[in-house]
Design a protein around this ligand. Structure first.
Ligand SMILES: C[C@H](O)[C@H](O)[C@H]1CNC2=NC(N)=NC(=O)C2=N1
Length: 170
């Protein structure tokens, strides 16, 4: 049985991961910062969950309608797209420069490794970060994708982002 339960991780202090030189805040730190958090309470709830292994037998892709409901209620800032017949979550950011884009990827990589669930990372036109999240094992969307998107929403990106807004066509 997988140790990754969907229950929120126990409260605790954050931890420093030397590999990525980053600090992952513990739940009580997230609670402390809740009032300054820009994300909705729902996003906070979802961001506390953990992904389950994508190859477990009870992971199935969800319908577009369910995906739309999840998107509206639980995860802000992401949009739904279909590519090659596969439903995916998509979000774009404009970063200050190319290196900040890679730093962004490092922050996302630490979450992906922790969760065993990985996004598609694009850094185009030197300062445009685009992230697609979908579950490869079922060629569609599962809870894991929304959990990962919520955790990415939770990242503190202020130092990395350009003042200009990301635009769709870039
Ligand atoms: C065993 C485990 O299910 C696979 O290694 C994981 C790795 N990361 C993954 N990430 C995503 N996005 N989809 C997957 O199906 C997937 N599978």
């Amino acid at each position: 049985a997988s140790s990754r339960s969907l229950a929120p991780k126990p409260l605790g202090r954050g931890r420093y991961s030397p590999h990525y030189q980053m600090y992952t805040r513990g739940q009580d730190e997230i609670k402390m910062s809740r009032r300054w958090c820009h994300d909705s309470p729902e996003n906070q709830e979802l961001a506390k969950k953990s992904c389950v292994p994508c190859n477990s037998k009870d992971v199935h892709s969800m319908s577009e309608d369910s995906a739309k409901k999840w998107l509206d209620q639980q995860v802000n800032g992401w949009e739904l797209k279909t590519e090659g017949g596969i439903l995916k979550l998509h979000r774009a950011w404009k970063v200050k420069n190319f290196v900040k884009g890679l730093e962004f990827f490092q922050l996302v990589a630490a979450i992906a490794q922790e969760e065993g669930h990985h996004p598609d990372l694009h850094l185009v036109g030197w300062n445009n970060v685009k992230i697609d999240v979908w579950t490869h094992s079922v060629r569609g969307l599962t809870d894991n994708d929304f959990i990962l998107a919520a955790k990415i929403n939770d990242l503190k990106l202020e130092g990395l982002l350009s003042k200009k807004k990301a635009t769709a066509q870039e």
